[in-house]
Design a protein around this ligand. Structure first.
Ligand SMILES: O=c1ccn([C@H]2C[C@H](O)[C@@H](CO)O2)c(=O)[nH]1
Ligand SMILES: [Zn+2]
Length: 152
C-alpha cells in the first residue's frame, strides 16, 4: 500500500497545495494586502476554492476558509459526503493557521480528525487535525435537538 498523509495520497496533498496556493489570486484584500487562499478536498473528489474578501468596514471581512466552506455548502458538498481535507495558503513563513472564528466554522462541517494543511510562502506545509487546532470544541452534537412532540 502506498504512503498516505492523514488519509490523503501524496498526489492528493500536492494537488490540494496547488489549489490552495492558486486560490490566493482570488483574494480581495486591498486593506491588509494579506492574501489567503483556501481549497477544500471534498469526499466526492471535487475541490472547492475560497479566498479572503475584505470590506471597507474592516470587521465585515470574510476569511478564505469561511468563503470556501460557504460556497461548498450551497453547492451541496455536505450532502455528497462532506470534506476530506482543508488546505490554506498564505504568503508568509512559517505558515498561518486558520483564525479562531474559522476553526469553529470548520467544526460545524468536519470530523475532528480532518487534516488542515497550511502552506507557506516557500511551498512547504504544516498539517494539524481540526481537533489539535480546536481542542475540547463545542459542536452540533452538544445541542439538544428540539422535541418534535413538544406542544402537541
Ligand atoms: O484564518 C484566516 C485569518 C485571516 N484571514 C484574512 C482576513 C483578512 O482579510 C486578512 C488579514 O487578517 O487575512 C483569512 O482569510 N483567514
Ligand atoms: Zn478566519
Amino acid at each position: 500500500m502506498s504512503e498516505t498523509i492523514h488519509g490523503l495520497t501524496t498526489a492528493e496533498v500536492t494537488l490540494l497545495g496547488e489549489k490552495a496556493i492558486a486560490a490566493k489570486s482570488l483574494a480581495y484584500c486591498p486593506y491588509s494586502n494579506f492574501r489567503v487562499g483556501c481549497a477544500l478536498l471534498c469526499e466526492d473528489g471535487s475541490y472547492v476554492l475560497g479566498a479572503n474578501i475584505e470590506n471597507a468596514s474592516y470587521p465585515v471581512t470574510v476569511c478564505a476558509e469561511r468563503t470556501a466552506f460557504s460556497r461548498a455548502i450551497v453547492e451541496g458538498k455536505r450532502e455528497s459526503g462532506g470534506f476530506k481535507a482543508v488546505g490554506v495558503s498564505t504568503d508568509i513563513s512559517p505558515p498561518a493557521s486558520p483564525c479562531g472564528m474559522c476553526r469553529q466554522f470548520i467544526r460545524e462541517f468536519c470530523d475532528l480528525k480532518t487534516p488542515i494543511f497550511m502552506w507557506d510562502s516557500k511551498g512547504e506545509y504544516a498539517v494539524m487535525t481540526l481537533e489539535q487546532l480546536l481542542p475540547m470544541s463545542f459542536g452540533p452534537d452538544q445541542l439538544h435537538k428540539p422535541d418534535p412532540n413538544k406542544g402537541k
